[in-house]
Design a protein around this ligand. Structure first.
Ligand SMILES: [Zn+2]
Length: 281
């Protein structure tokens, strides 16, 4: 390696270089430092420089959240039907689903099951942001309602990690119907006295924000998470007002009473365990 290519090394990051081998380095979208990927992974996919919480797959989220080997998945192979024969720019919904499954190594935009968190049994739902932007269609709705049923039947607290771009346009009104369906399931769960902890991660938007994500008895957000319904440009153009800076961040939401607390990824397990113990009757 030529002498001039060497940069100052501080253990996990250095200034960007053109010759960086792909796959070993990632750029932090918040502070723009080039970060050594394995150092970021060891830090629960949080930037060691600026505390930016990277988006993570459902598989990694479950690994971070659940006690090792405790996640027992249900309905892992449920996949969507193309009721509307939807086609966008020459690609059918079926083709898109197959491509997304290959890309994300996931069957759908949510995984559900039973797990333990610090020894406490929970019904766990984790959204998959890498599958069609974590969008909610019929399968997400059905699986979410199934995990609520599991929580009711086995008298478990329900923990849902939300990460979604909103409703799935490929399923039209069927996807919008999932907002009512999941909200009704949570209402039923609430009547049984169950505890629902909702965790909003980057990004939680659209139909998921407008339904189950914000129906938690306790709503937790990860630092810096984008949380909102419509995008800022759509809102500005619709209501014709200038929007305050950072109005769709977890911190703004906390200040305005939309979320109950912001918890760093490294503290999520202990905070969930504490809440379960506190609410136990
Ligand atoms: Zn950073």
């Amino acid at each position: 390696m030529a002498q001039e290519q060497k940069s100052k090394w501080n253990g996990f990051s250095l200034k960007p270089r053109r010759e960086m081998p792909e796959g070993l380095w990632i750029r932090c979208p918040a502070c723009e430092h080039m970060l050594y990927k394995s150092a970021v992974e060891k830090n629960l996919n949080v930037c060691p420089q600026c505390n930016h919480h990277f988006r993570i797959s459902a598989k990694i989220r479950i690994k971070y959240l659940a006690d090792e080997g405790s996640f027992a998945e249900i309905l892992p192979n449920l996949t969507a039907e193309d009721y509307l024969k939807f086609k966008f720019r020459g690609t059918t919904y079926k083709q898109r689903l197959a491509a997304e499954q290959k890309k994300s190594n996931a069957k759908e935009a949510i995984r559900i099951g039973r797990a333990f968190i610090k020894g406490r049994a929970v019904a766990l739902a984790v959204m998959e942001p890498n599958f069609l932007m974590g969008s909610m269609g019929a399968v997400v709705g059905e699986k979410f309602c199934s995990v609520v049923d599991l929580a009711i039947d086995q008298k478990l607290p329900l923990v849902a990690v939300c990460s979604s771009g909103g409703a799935r346009m490929h399923e039209g009104v069927i996807s919008l119907g999932q907002m009512a369906k999941t909200s009704a399931a949570i209402a039923k769960f609430d009547e049984t006295g169950g505890l629902f902890i909702s965790i909003l991660t980057d990004p939680t938007t659209g139909g998921v924000t407008a339904s189950f994500a914000t129906l938690g008895d306790c709503i937790i957000a990860e630092p810096g998470a984008l949380i909102g319904f419509a995008g800022p440009r759509t809102i500005a153009e619709t209501i014709k007002v200038e929007l305050p800076e950072g109005f769709q961040t977890a911190e703004f939401m906390l200040e305005h009473g939309f979320v109950d607390m912001i918890v760093e990824r490294k503290n999520l397990r202990s905070e969930i365990a504490r809440l379960i113990d506190y609410c136990r009757k």
